[in-house]
Structure formats: C-alpha cells, structure tokens
Design a protein around this ligand. Structure first.
Ligand code: NI
Length: 190
C-alpha cells in the first residue's frame, strides 16, 4: 500500500523513534509499505517517520544511481535499529541532497565520507560494516530521520535563510508535489 509522505512541519518528523523488536505489530507489512511508497515517490531511501511511524526502520535502494556509482548496483538494505559511528579521521564531503519530506528543495550538505554501521535486517539478523562513498551519505541522511534530524538542519545559515519562505509555505501545506502528503495538523487544507 502506498502511504502518504509526512512533510516538513509535521511533528512526527521531530518525534522520538523507538527501537523495533521482532514482535513489533505488522512489521513486515510496514516494511513492504515503505518499499512500495519509496518506489512510487522515486526516492532512494525512506525512514519510518516519513510515513508517520515513529520506529527505527529505514529502507534504501540506491541501485538507480549505479550508472554514476557502479558499486551501488543491486544495493538494497532494510536497516532496523541502525547504529552509526562516523569516522572522524576521514574527510568530509559536500554534495546536494533532497528529501521526500522536504519536497522541491535541494541543498548542499557536508557529511563524513566513512561510517561504521551496525544494524538488523528484516529477519533480525545482525550486520556490521564499514561503508564509504555515496551509500554512506544516503545511510547518514536516513538515519538522521531516526534522530529527528532533516538535511535542512545541516545546511549553512545563509542557505537556510534563503529557503525560509519555501519552508514556511510547506508548513502551511502550500507546496506542489506529485505524491500524497500529510502536512502539519493545524493546516490540513491545501
Ligand atoms: Ni529524507
């Protein structure tokens, strides 16, 4: 089932996300719905709070980027309760990012190039990996969602000032988007 995307201004994106246990009700269905929603909206990553669920689940499929980054071919991951450690000794890299929850805005974000990540997959098997490059960026962006952080929280104050008007409109539901959105509750009308 394709779910609506919760948009900047909605409190669910700024609420704490709980760890997930194998008995989490409807877990496999939620993961399937997240996948379906992400493919429909043409994202490369999605976190549960973006579909209104405050749980520590991320789905990533960076295969569409394989033309530019061959190492991303067939790279799909379900991350449950991911824990990231950034490699502080590695350089930081700046690249443009966007987010399904912040439609129409793309800004440069500086991030660590290398991370170590520990996570559980959808069968609750443990994984441990060092990841670098573009995938590390996507993982950091998605795991930020689990910590109530959006990429626009990481841009320069000047850029933030420049998009302030667009963000204010987004809170009021004034944004055009080709998928179904949920806006801040006090502004249900478009
Ligand atoms: Ni995002």
């Amino acid at each position: 089932m394709i779910l609506p995307i919760y948009v900047y201004g909605h409190p669910v994106l700024r609420s704490a996300n709980a760890d997930v246990t194998p008995d989490y009700p409807g877990l496999q269905e939620l993961i399937e719905n997240m996948k379906e929603t992400m493919y429909y909206t043409q994202g490369i990553g999605i976190a549960a709070p973006q579909v209104g669920v405050n749980a520590r689940i991320v789905y990533i499929d960076v295969d569409p980027l394989a033309e530019d980054f061959p190492e991303l071919k067939d790279c799909r991951m379900v991350l449950i309760n991911p824990e990231i450690t950034v490699d502080e000794s590695a350089p930081e890299v700046t690249r443009e990012e966007g987010c399904l929850s912040v439609p129409g805005i793309h800004e440069n974000v500086q991030r660590h190039e290398k991370i170590h990540i520990h996570w559980l997959d959808e069968n609750f098997r443990e994984h441990d990996e060092d990841i670098e490059g573009y995938l590390s960026r996507v993982i950091q962006h998605e795991c930020d969602h689990l910590d109530k952080t959006l990429f626009i929280d990481r841009i320069s104050p000047i850029r933030k000032q420049l998009i302030r008007g667009k963000l204010n409109n987004m809170v009021k539901g004034k944004v055009s988007c080709n998928y179904r959105c949920k806006f801040a509750p006090h502004n249900r009308k478009r």
